[in-house]
Design a protein around this ligand. Structure first.
Ligand code: SAM
Length: 236
């Protein structure tokens, strides 16, 4: 390999510092429909693709990168955040798990509404960094777990808040047994979702709906109804 190619390869393999990138290229702004929470949010000039994993220098291959879901407030998380801020007694004094936390919107809202403690579980490593920055920007303490919590037993919490975790079939299939183990341990589970295809409606009881924008909506698009549901046992 020539010096020039080696230099290029090194350049390709260099990983940007995600915290620096987020602060420089995303906008810290109140969340539409949840102005109590400010998040680093993507905008058309953010160039988030630059944060995806660098190529493997040995063969130029690239693991399938996950889109930066954490860079947006999703409708499911937005309604859960709205719900706990409007009804603080749902979380007051409780330990909550924000499952599939993304930006951390739901966990941050829960702490602002009076939760005693919040754990945010997010498997995307850039998402983990965004979560930390977002918690700091809102002046709240959140424990962040960056490993796949759904493979193990439920953590010591009173309530699971699962915002938009049924966006893909395989993800939903991982979530369901974990949520069942939470219920079996006496942990309440609330789900926020705009009615995505993989939503397990037979296991959900609708509590309320809000009109909120969703990730991917065109600018100026009308807000659509999204639900807050209680996840219930199979044999109820
Ligand atoms: C659609 S996003 C929703 C983010 C946020 N809750 C919201 O509503 O704005 C779902 C998030 O779940 C995360 N995720 C997927 N599987 C997960 C798992 N097993 N454990 C933790 N997070 C997971 C993804 O990385 C993604 O950031």
């Amino acid at each position: 390999m020539s010096d020039y190619s080696a230099g290029k390869a090194r350049e390709r393999g260099k990983r940007l510092d995600p915290a620096d990138f987020i602060k420089a290229n995303m906008r810290l702004a109140p969340v539409p429909s949840v102005p109590e929470v400010r998040l680093y949010q993507a905008h058309p000039g953010s160039g988030l693709r630059r944060l995806l994993e660098p190529e493997d220098e040995s063969d130029g291959s690239r693991p399938d990168p996950q889109p930066p879901y954490w860079a947006y407030a999703w409708a499911g998380g937005t309604v859960l955040a709205r719900y706990v801020l409007d009804r603080p007694s749902i979380v007051a004094g409780k330990r909550v798990l924000d499952l599939g936390a993304g930006s951390g919107l739901v966990g941050i809202a829960a702490v602002k509404a009076g939760a005693r403690a919040a754990i945010a579980a997010e498997i995307d490593r850039n998402g983990v960094v965004a979560l930390r920055l977002n918690a700091q920007a809102n002046g709240v303490a959140i424990e962040i777990v960056g490993t796949d919590i759904t493979a193990g037993p439920p953590p010591a919490v009173d309530l699971v808040l699962a915002g938009d975790v049924f966006y893909a079939q395989d993800v939903g299939q991982r979530m369901m047994p974990f949520l069942d183990r939470c219920l079996a341990s006496g942990i309440d589970v609330l789900v926020g979702d705009p009615g995505r295809t993989n939503l397990p409606l037979s296991r959900l009881r609708l509590l309320t709906e809000y009109q909120v924008p969703d990730f991917g909506d065109a600018k100026g698009a009308a807000a659509k109804p999204s639900g807050v549901f209680r996840f219930e046992p199979e044999d109820r």
